[in-house]
Design a protein. Structure first.
Length: 184
């Protein structure tokens, strides 16, 4: 599968909907998916969480995790994916964080995390990739990688161990699946 259209078809054939949690790609994955006719069943929503505060307030990423591992880390990407999983009813989450442009060793380093909803929890997979080029070339390459990897990730993640949801995580997921607003 070499195009976004192919991926949308794959997602539709497998009755999968995707939610994105994007930092450095700033919504580009969701926008690329949304540009394809017929994406309505495959794309549920997208979170753009560019700052530390947005990651914390929108997706519940721990400031301790950010401080311990940095924004460009699989640990932060995994917490972004888990946070998005609890706020939506999608079966598949893709989270992206990284550094599209810098003068240090993190230049072009992008971290991805994928979460797959299961009956009683989720499965989680993460990876780090390096992309070269200008800022926009890195961003575009990362977004395309996230999308074109979905079929492979979907097959691979099913063999990963299931992480059982805690009681509070289960309650959040049930609220997301039912469409009810959380109680304040």
């Amino acid at each position: 599968m070499n195009s976004v259209e192919d991926i949308i078809n794959f997602l539709n054939q497998h009755n999968l909907s995707v939610t994105t949690a994007e930092s450095c790609t700033a919504g580009l994955v969701a926008a690329m998916m949304a540009s394809v006719s017929g994406c309505g069943s495959a794309l549920q929503c997208g979170y753009v969480v560019y700052t530390e505060e947005a990651k914390k307030s929108c997706l519940g990423v721990s400031l301790q995790t950010i401080q311990a591992f940095g924004l460009t880390s699989e640990e932060v990407a995994r917490e972004m994916a888990i946070g998005a999983l609890h706020k939506c009813s999608s079966q598949l989450i893709v989270a992206i964080t990284g550094t599209a442009e810098s003068d240090d060793c993190l230049n072009g380093i992008i971290c991805f995390a994928y979460a797959l909803r299961t009956q009683s929890g989720y499965r989680l997979l993460s990876e780090t990739n390096s992309f070269s080029g200008s800022r926009n070339e890195v961003i575009n390459a990362a977004a395309m990688h996230a999308i074109l990897s979905l079929p492979t990730i979907y097959e691979k993640i099913q063999s990963f161990p299931e992480i059982k949801a805690t009681t509070s995580e289960q309650a959040l997921s049930e609220q997301a699946l039912s469409g009810k607003e959380p109680l304040e």
